[in-house]
Design a protein around this ligand. Sequence first.
Ligand SMILES: *Cc1c(COP(=O)(O)O)cnc(C)c1O
Length: 385
Amino acid sequence: MKKKRSFETAAAQAGVGADKAFGAVSAPIYTTAIYRYDAFGKHRGFDYSRSENPTRQAAEKAMAELEGGSRALAFSSGMAAISAVMTLFSQGDHILCSDDLYGGTYRLFEKLLRPCGLTFDYADMGDPVAVAKRIGKKTRGVFIETPTNPLMKIADIREVARIARKRGILSIVDNTFMSPGLQQPLSLGADIVVHSATKFLGGHNDLIGGAAIVSDPALGERLHFAQKAIGAVLSPFDAWLLLRGIKTLAVRVVRAQRNAEALGVFLAAHPFVRKVFYPGLPGHPRRELHFSQASGPGSVISFELARVAAVPRFLNALKTVILAESLGGVETLITHPSTMTHADIPVEEQAAVGLTPALVRLSVGIENADDLQSDIAQALRKAQR
Ligand SMILES: *Cc1c(COP(=O)(O)O)cnc(C)c1O
């Protein structure tokens, strides 16, 4: 058997070899909708770019390798990828989900798919006993995020995937927060990994994209059919940007994580910070479980200010840290989940899972750590007044 390339090598050489015509090291951008047939009934594997496009294929091949899967499908957004995956289910099916999901995923499930006849429940995926109890006769899938957004709750990928497999149901992991640089759910037994490629994979806040990655080729075929039938495909330009971003994924993830670890310690010791949610800190619930399935804590930190009323002043006082949605890019961003990313989740449900209006979420980038820390320190000082 051919030895697998290491992660860093696969990332740096993403797209290399895609150009069969001239050997271009940078994968060419094939901005074409259609492909000429060589003869009646005969083409070279490409007929229409919704079905296949060489640049998109290069990005898909790279993502499959990074997640250790057999096949990846690239979509026009993370939500498009999740939507395509959800077409694997049909009316009456029940899907058990993490109880602290990305707001857009929750919105898709509750506002669009529930009226179509799918049902969803939300559970603490870090507790395998509770998960097993919540799986019923109609359950056909489990949908996990770990760490969750924004409360950084840890799910047990191995155990949930094992329970799902035993019951013959699909396990899906949204691996956006960790990226394959830190966590590879397929190797832990999950059936499908989904990504918002907008985040760490792209890494530069310059594209919207998504992906679904699988080990089982038959499942890959079903998802390819869904991708083609729905048509929310990643454009050739964005596929190229994504490949370019992926090339530095390995170094970006490590650097951002180092910055985040330093900021986590600083925030945890700050008197105006009530609580820090970050698996990199001692005392984080299920920290050991996290490190049994991921190689690091990542670079997203949520924290609560001591007073809700101080939140706007704090956010407005930041100069280097950018107030914006999203995460996983080279720039450090901060968001206010309860009014921004998670605004579609009813306030009572936010409160029930512990998402308070005092919470902010920091996506730490690759800037100088001292610059970030002094910016946050001065904003906290102003917020306390
Ligand atoms: C951003 C995000 C999504 C949605 O991806 P888009 O590219 O914005 O459509 C899904 N899951 C998680 C965890 C995310 O952070």
